[in-house]
Design a protein around this ligand. Structure first.
Ligand code: FO1
Length: 304
């Protein structure tokens, strides 16, 4: 089982999907980046993973569909709309169908399964919950911002003072997530942003306790290499929240959730006294690197 959010997480999930049988891989995905736009429900992390595993993703962005056009955005601009969130025309089909199926009474878990199956994605992609949860970011410059406004509209430049995962307290574990947690033989936390992508998953009541209760390898992969994030705001956010931007601080943040940690070989000076830890090349620059890293992690875990 892998806990995943964002582009870095999708890359490792893609590597895992190429070496594991579909029934051996369940992906729990962050839904706290989800939001409504133009009356449609947009689920960026879920779609990023789905498109990546389907081989459809835009390879330079890491999100959206490769080769997609943006005619609809042009038409929205003609109506005077500020089109700061770039929705592709093909991508729109996903949001239109998702929204109509949700309105017809399907759960987000059902909708995600239906979309993924239609695209030929075989590993199970499970939303962390079927109830809506939304990350809100308190910033020095603009006060509290909805996640996509902070991340996309303001390109994660505002200074972060704090985070809230609204709705998390009312969210429930789905039967599908509960069953997956019970049968997992390894829990892998992808190199996703710990505060923006993984923390909302852990904020679903019962999630963290259910993970910690499993006497199996629970391994996180660092999103920080040599004090920097490969992509996105992880290192900047850590400084703003008062942490040192290092893999050691990430491991400490996860605490007893994990019993193993994969850090980058460029950080060979670091030590993780209370954990089993391994230094690997975690920087997935090519598609081949994803498979190599996934295989090295699984091989290391076999000797746990
Ligand atoms: N990220 C951007 O930086 N700019 C965009 O315009 C943008 C559009 C977008 C459309 C659909 C989608 O599924 C994802 C999209 N993303 C965009 C990525 C995304 O919002 C973030 O990477 C994640 O939410 C953070 O994990």
């Amino acid at each position: 089982m892998a806990l995943v959010g964002g582009v870095g997480g999708a890359k490792l999930a893609h590597g895992l999907a190429q070496i594991l049988a579909p029934e051996q891989l369940t992906i729990i995905v962050n839904t706290a980046d989800d939001f409504d736009l133009y009356g449609l429900r947009i689920c960026p992390d879920s779609d990023t993973i789905m498109y990546t595993l389907a081989g459809l993703v835009d390879k330079s962005n890491g999100w959206g569909i490769g080769g997609d056009t943006t005619h609809m955005l042009g038409a929205l601009r003609r109506y005077g709309q500020d089109t700061w969130f770039r929705l592709g025309d093909q991508d729109m089909a996903t949001h239109v169908l998702r929204t109509s199926w949700l309105r017809a009474g399907c759960t987000q878990t059902q909708v995600t399964a239906r979309l993924a199956a239609a695209l030929g994605v075989r590993p199970q992609i499970l939303p962390m919950s079927d109830e809506p949860v939304a990350t809100l970011i308190d910033t020095v410059e603009y006060g509290e911002l909805a996640f996509q406004h902070y991340f996309v509209r303001y390109r994660w430049q505002p200074t972060v003072k704090g985070l809230r995962y609204v709705g998390a307290e009312q969210a429930r574990l789905t039967p599908q997530v509960t069953a997956a947690l019970a049968k997992a033989d390894v829990i892998l936390i992808a190199p996703s942003n710990p505060w923006l992508s993984v923390a909302p998953i852990l904020a679903v009541p019962g999630m963290r306790a259910a993970l910690v209760a499993r006497p199996i390898p629970r391994v996180a992969v660092t999103p920080i290499i040599a004090g920097q994030a490969v992509k996105g705001p992880a290192a900047k956010l850590m400084v703003e929240l008062g942490y040192l931007p290092s893999a050691a601080a990430v491991a400490a943040y996860y605490g007893d959730l994990i019993n193993g940690f994969v850090y980058d070989k460029r950080d060979s000076g670091l030590s993780f006294p209370a954990l089993r830890a391994v230094a690997l090349d975690t920087w997935m620059q090519s598609e081949g690197d994803r498979v190599i890293l996934a295989r090295e992690i699984l091989t290391w875990i076999e000797g746990f």
